[in-house]
Design a protein around this ligand. Sequence first.
Ligand code: SAM
Ligand code: SF4
Length: 329
Amino acid sequence: MPLVDRFGRVHTNLRISVTDRCNIRCFYCMPAENVQFMDRGNLLTFEEIERFVRVAVPLGLRKIRLTGGEPLVRRDLHHLVALLAAIPEIDDIGLTTNGLLLADQAQALFDAGLRRVNVSLDALDPVKFQQITRRTGYEQVLAGIREAQRVGFAPVKINAVAIRGITEGELVPFAQLARQTGVEIRFIEFMPLDAEGQWGRDRVLFGKEIIDLLSREVQPLVPVGQQDPHAPATEFEFADGRGRIGIIASVSQPFCGNCDRFRITADGKLRNCLFSHDETDVRAMLRGGAPDQEIAAAIEASIAAKNEGHEINSARFVQPQRPMYSIGG
Ligand code: SAM
Ligand code: SF4
């Protein structure tokens, strides 16, 4: 039985957060200081995550992305990858990471069955990197990207949050990197999911502005044909065929109509949307001896209750209580 919601959207794609801890402090995600992390005992174990996935597979789950917090600070993450890669119906496992620990772990993750990695890097200028992340480590991220390519991850994509007043000067250098290395750069509009209430529409660098600037200053950008309707990024190529750019225009052009995702937080709360205000306590079920049918029914009920869209652009919008690092981006 597929997980179809009231708006006909079929849900096949699960984002699993494995920790809320992180080794940097991006201002659009985490507080600078005094972060209240989840108790370690409240994090789902790898076996609990595997069971949840195995319950969701008969409901149509096919695609998984591991995230956090920073997923690579969760010890032995490759063991979880191996457990999930052993489920035959799961045909796609991806990872979103800040890349700081990737050089050390890339080979083990690849050997465990991971094939797709997105590395988050908002600036190629190390000073900007430090301003955004409030930590050092830029060189380690670049080393992580190189190592991921070396061990055979394909594609390796870079995710860059586009922030007005900070990252305009990064657009052309990123485009040049895409043209030189074949790495796809995806610019993400800054969303209201930060921990310190710093988001404002005036801080969003909009996708259309990015396309216009790059088309003017580098080469005209043309949309790529045959795009995956469920992918959040709209993909473009430079007119000479060298270099690919993705735009994730979550604020200016929401893609909720094609959403196929649901999420589980590191502490085992099922969420049907990044912006949802309701959660289902799956951890309590997993630890309380609930049978598979009860967990499956809870997943179906969560999807059935999903809202049509996120309403960031409406006066009704209320930012969720959990910031991005605690939900799992
Ligand atoms: N730590 C990992 C990383 O940074 O890739 C995984 C978790 S992070 C929350 C997942 C993605 O969400 C990253 O690409 C990050 O840039 C993005 N992100 C975090 N907060 C955001 C926000 N307020 N608006 C848009 N994207 C955001
Ligand atoms: Fe950490 Fe990722 Fe959030 Fe940055 S975006 S603070 S790397 S979890």
